[in-house]
Design a protein around this ligand. Sequence first.
Ligand SMILES: Cc1cc2nc3c(=O)[nH]c(=O)nc-3n(C[C@H](O)[C@H](O)[C@H](O)COP(=O)(O)OP(=O)(O)OC[C@H]3O[C@@H](n4cnc5c(N)ncnc54)[C@H](O)[C@@H]3O)c2cc1C
Length: 404
Amino acid sequence: MIASPPLKSELHPGSPDLATQLGELVAALEAAVARREFGEFYRLFRASELPFLPVAYEGESRPLFHQCFTALHQLGGVSPATALAIENHFYVSATIATFPTDHDPVLDKRRHALLAAISNGRWLVANTNSKVHGRALGTIGTVARREGDGFRITGQAAYTSLATQGDLLVFITEIEGEGPAVFAIAPMQRNPGIEIGSYLFPSAMLDSDTRRITFHDLFVPEEGLIAGGKSPSTSALFAFEMAWHQLLIPALYLGAAARAIEEVRRFLRSTLGRDKRPLAELDGMVIDVGRLALDYESARSVVRYAGDELGAVRRLPRDAEQLERALYLASGAKYAGTRCAEQVVAAARRIIGARAFADGHPLERLSGEVIFGPLGPEVSAVIERRYGRQALADRPFVGVSAES
Ligand SMILES: Cc1cc2nc3c(=O)[nH]c(=O)nc-3n(C[C@H](O)[C@H](O)[C@H](O)COP(=O)(O)OP(=O)(O)OC[C@H]3O[C@@H](n4cnc5c(N)ncnc54)[C@H](O)[C@@H]3O)c2cc1C
C-alpha cells in the first residue's frame, strides 16, 4: 500500500512532530470511542497543532490539502463520524485560509481577522448551510434581515456537525431581498441567540455531533458578514468552499476503507481454513483482496489528483476556469471516494463474516458510518447529472474527459 506523505513537522520547533501528534490523537480517539466519552480527545485535539494547520499553511492549498487528507484518513480509520465532525472544521478553516482573493481588501481583512481568532483562541469551527428537510428540496430554514449596523438572524437549520464543540459558527443564509451570504459568529456555545438542539440522526453517526440548530433573533454585526451579495468574490468563495468540502469528505471515508482492508488482512492471516492453513494463502482470497486494494488505491488517486487541481487555483478571478475544473473534479473525487469506501467496507464484512459484529469489532462501527459518505455534501444524483451532461455534450467524449 502507498504510504501517506509525512506530515510537515517543522511548524513549531520543539513540539512533538505532527506525525507523532496525529498518532497520539488516533490512540486517544480509539480510547474515546471505546469509552463513549470524547472530552479528553477534543482536549488533546485542541492542544495539538492539527486543528490549526490551515492557519500555518495560509495561502498554500496544495500542501494543506495533503496534510488534512492524511489527518482525516487516519482519524476516519477509527471513527468516520468523529472524523466527519473534524472535517467540517478543516474544510471551513482551510477555505478561509486559502481563498485566493485579488483586489478584495474587505474580504481579505475579514479572513485574516478570522484566522487570527481561530489561532489565538484555539477555536474549532462548526458550520451550517441552513438547509432544512422541507417539502421542497433545497429549502433554507434561516434568514438574515438588515438591522442598524448589522443583521438579525432567525430560523432553524437541520445540520450542524461538531455542534457542541464548535467555538466559531460559520453559516450560510439568505439576506432578505439580497441573496445568499456567509456569516461567522462567536461564541457559538452558551450564546442566547443560538440554540443547539437534539441529534439530527437519533441513533446513527452520533459521534459526528450533528444537531439541529435554531437562531433566536441572533444579532450579527456587519463585521460578521464574510461575503454576500452578487459580487463575483461571493460566488467564487462558495465554489472554493464546496471544492474543499468535496475533497476532504472522501479522505475520511477512504480511511475507513483502508482500515477495513487492514481488518481483512488480520483476519485472513490469523484464521485457519479446513486444511489448517491461513485463509490468506488461498489464491482466491489473494485475488479478492487485491481487487479491494486496487479499488481503494484508484479512488485515492482520483482524490489526490483533484486536490492538486484545487492547489492550482492561485489567484481569482484570474484562475476562475481552473476553479471550475477543480470543482468538477472534486465532485467526481467525492463520488468515487465515498462510493469505493462503502463498497470496500461491505466486501470486507462479507469476507470476515458475522464476527465483524462481535466483541466490539471495528467493522461494526465502520459499517454503520461509511454509508453516510455518498449522502453529502452534494447528493449523488447531482454529480451524476453533471458528469452525464458533460459526457453527452456537443463535443465528442474522447478528448473532453476530466484529464484533458
Ligand atoms: C452526517 C452528516 C453530517 C452533516 N453535517 C453538516 C454540517 O455540519 N453542516 C452543514 O451545513 N451540512 C451538513 N450536512 C448536510 C450536507 O452538507 C448536505 O446538505 C446533505 O447531506 C444533503 O443531503 P440531503 O439528504 O439533505 O439532501 P436533499 O437535497 O434533501 O436530497 C434528498 C434526496 O433527494 C434527491 N435529490 C436531491 N437533489 C436532487 C437533484 N438536484 N436531482 C435529483 N435528485 C435530487 C436525492 O435522491 C437525494 O438523496 C451533513 C450531512 C450528513 C449526512
